[in-house]
Ligand binder design. Sequence first.
Ligand code: AGP
Length: 564
Amino acid sequence: MCGIIASIFKNQAVLPFLLEGLKKEEYRGYDSCGVAIIEPHKIHIQKEIGRIEKLKEHLFTSSSKVGIGHTRWATHGKNNLNNAHPHISNKGLFCLVHNGTIYNYQEIKEDLLNKGYLFYSQTDTECIVNLLEHFYLQCGDILSSLNELDKTLKGTYVLCILFKEENRIYFLKKSTPLMLGKSKNGLHLSSDMRALELATDYLDIEDNEYGFIDENHYEIYKAQKRIEKKLYKIQKEKEDTNQVIPSFYMEKEIHEIPMVIDRIIKHYQNDFDIKIKEVIKKANNLIFVGSGTSYHAALRGSLYFENKNVQVILASEFDLNSIKNDNALYIFLSQSGETLDVLKVLEKVSHYDTLGISNVANSSLLRKCKYALEMKAKEEVAVASTKAYVAEVLLLYLLAKGINQNTLQNLKDIQQEIKDHLLHQEKILSIAESIKNKENAYFLAKGKDIYLCKEASLKLKEVTYIHSECLFAGELKHGPIALLEKDFPIFFITSLKNKENLNSAIEEVTAREGIPYIFTYDEHNPLGYLPLITDFFLLSFHLAKMRKKDVDKPRNLAKSVTVD
Ligand code: AGP
């Protein structure tokens, strides 16, 4: 799950652009990073453990116009320099960066070891670069070697490749996204549209396509046949020129929730596209798909579709054989629109009606779904998703209930309540202060409130590293109560109306000297629970800060999970 950037410029050095691109892709993984450039008859590589800033500090200088870069989220092998990308082949002919996972790499490695190849890393990627070199030394042709490689590799892979003797960048793609961009300065490849900032035009490289870019042209092949593909204009949103880098993006993004509500109202007040309205109206069966926070938003938001048959499926657990209704509308939720688990489901059901909901206009999800809706939450940088959760739930609410005076008024009312919660954080701060040294917490609820608990609990563990679990309140006594001890924090979430249903669980907690924190909301407004989730986002943020954790980039995580 990594970010890839590759560029060939006509008249300027490539290194600064690679670093800029990698910064934008850091959300895909930040265990290590690296770049490689072509210098006459030589490939020059530099890698670093940790962030791009560190690589920048120690980077060599070069006027080379051809280079590739990578930011890594470790899958195969520890996070060390040997395992960082780019990887170079034994004879130094090829150097490449890879995003994806090779399932048959052990087999390939054994075969190459028998042929005398040596391995210096524990990665699957090093097998690819050596296999490519092996094919090339047999046939003397890079494009045929790429075709061979594509036939041999099993798994997911985007590769950008340098060959020592040419000012070209070769590529090969299977299952994870790769875009080719054209700018007035040259040609670029990237796993992510954000990193193609210079580009004015782009095209998607599809599965099993390979080819190369040079400074002003590109060639694309599939199974040894050249294919012509046209470029599309990139639609760009106007840049916000007043951007100040905040101390914590997570905090900034939580505070942007009222603004997100404004943006949604403004953007959708004249109603959704008629085609989207029709496809929802005619569908009796809705299948929601998402991961992590987006899955939690789907769980809560799908409840608004009261008169439809609804299934909410975790993308990573999707099994087409278990889908009972053949005739369904698939609704995909993904902040980034690049989550591989989600895209893989989309691939399997692309012959059905599909609606993508994402925060990134040019994301793979929105490009590939038949119908597309933008969340309008503006870029979310912190790895922990906050404002996008709210946008996802609101869009599902509006899709289900329609856009009318009443629903828009509910959004405005809830916006006001959220503003109040953001202004008065004293209570949240004092809870954070009192539990900042705890290592465990439970979130308890009954019925549909469990969906809020799931999100609150995920957020807490994600940024504070406090172990937390989300439980149905009635289940506490059936086992989890064993962990209770003095001052164990337990968060209860309930609507005011159902508060007394939690009484016995609260008693069980106090009897064991645990501390119950009871959060209630008013169901008068169908969105009434959103101010509470804002409180829990704030609680996680303050705790992470008090515990001196990396709030915006928690360990082991990435903003967009592009491996399966
Ligand atoms: C949220 O805080 C998490 N970082 C994570 O669960 C995330 O929601 C999940 O990976 C799905 O991402 P997506 O919405 O971009 O598809």
